[in-house]
Design a binder for this molecule. Structure first.
Ligand code: SF4
Length: 352
């Protein structure tokens, strides 16, 4: 970031784009590319002020909290280069089979206590097909739904048939997590075991089943700003409801272990750009926030984020939930998300 690169027309142009989005308009790809390429901290803080206003206008001061349970860990057949759970990489991450009902119920109870809107069951495997494992997964989802303590979500990999998506919906699932991870062009740089198109097809089955979509990506894998811009527009296109932004936490033993970290201001700028492109979505800051943003992490809300992953991540630790709740209180934000549903997202345009 360089203050000598301040765009003389930057403040007016950012203010104009903010006004347009506040009135229900959209920004173009060229305008978004300009935002992603802002360099000076002065321009970036102007951008964040606009994104903060958009968050406040479209989302109010409610912050949507989510948590996850690692429902099946390690030994994954896929080769995602950022992931410690891939069987292709030598890491210290835990390995175990699909979880019993008890840890899932404990997670639901903890979520209820901490005002966490949703608990997602996350499994490290390629995907789900019809068969006994699908039956078992549906049992856990049913348990979660019937507990009434939290919204049951899941992230269970690639789905290749409508019947599987329909079964999950029938079991009580409300939202399915399936990240696009990066742009279509960059995708083969971090995964060759499956394709971007297979991920899009999974989202098609899920949407047809009536499930809400949680889909985002990972910053800091070596992608360009243009890749980040393409990812945001792809998420708009598929009509993602929740958009998790992860920041790479390079795990020893993975191909990305030596990736240089992104500057916190670059991360905050990216979050703000996503808010301009996706004004009504829940933009959720997920894995890698504490390690990458450190003292700057509370600024994610000023950059337009409206949701936070709390509790521990799949294989790495997060700061205690109590500290996150205190952070929200200090910022005048409210973790009591209304009724765990997606009523405020009816207006997300369907491009598919
Ligand atoms: S990201 Fe998911 S699919 Fe890819 S290796 Fe990790 S657990 Fe497997």
């Amino acid at each position: 970031m360089n203050d000598s690169l301040v765009d003389a027309n930057g403040p007016e142009r950012i203010a104009g784009l903010t006004r347009r989005v506040l009135r229900g308009g959209e920004i173009t790809r060229a305008e978004a590319a300009w935002l992603f390429n802002l360099e000076s901290s002065a321009d970036i803080f102007d951008l964040m002020a606009g994104a903060n206003r958009l968050r406040d206008h479209f989302k109010g001061n409610k912050i949507h909290l989510c948590s996850i349970v690692n429902a099946k860990a390690g030994a994954c057949s896929e080769n995602c280069a950022f992931c410690s759970q891939s069987s292709f990489h030598q890491t210290d991450s835990p390995r175990y089979g699909f979880v019993d009902p008890d840890p899932v119920q404990q997670a639901a109870e903890e979520a209820g206590r901490n005002r966490v809107a949703a608990v997602g069951l996350v499994a490290a495997w390629r995907g789900l097909k019809e068969g006994p494992m699908l039956d078992e997964v549906c049992d856990r989802i049913r348990d979660l739904a019937q507990s009434g303590k939290t919204r049951p979500d899941a992230s269970l990999g690639i789905i290749e048939s409508q019947a599987v998506a329909d079964r999950l919906k029938e079991a009580g699932l409300e939202c399915y997590g399936h990240n696009l991870e990066s742009s279509r062009e960059f995708f083969p740089r971090h995964c060759t075991a499956h394709t971007y198109e297979q991920r899009l097809n999974t989202i098609r089955f899920l949407k047809k089943a009536g499930l809400k979509i949680c889909s985002g990506g990972i910053l800091g894998m070596g992608e360009t700003r243009q890749d980040r811009c393409e990812l945001a527009f792809a998420l708009k296109e598929v009509g993602a409801n929740v958009v998790p932004i992860n920041i790479l936490n390079p795990i020893p033993g993975t191909p990305f272990e030596n990736n240089p970290p992104l500057a916190p201001l670059e991360v905050l700028k990216t979050i703000a750009c996503f808010r301009f492109i996706l004004p009504r979505q829940e933009i959720m800051i997920a894995g890698g926030r504490t390690v990458n943003l450190r003292d700057a992490q509370s600024l994610v809300f000023a950059a337009g984020a409206s949701a936070l992953m709390v509790g521990n991540y799949l294989t790495t630790l997060n700061q205690p939930v109590e500290r996150d709740l205190q952070m929200l209180k200090d910022l005048g934000l409210d973790p009591n998300w209304d009724k765990h549903d997606f009523r405020d997202q009816e207006q997300i345009p369907a491009h598919w």
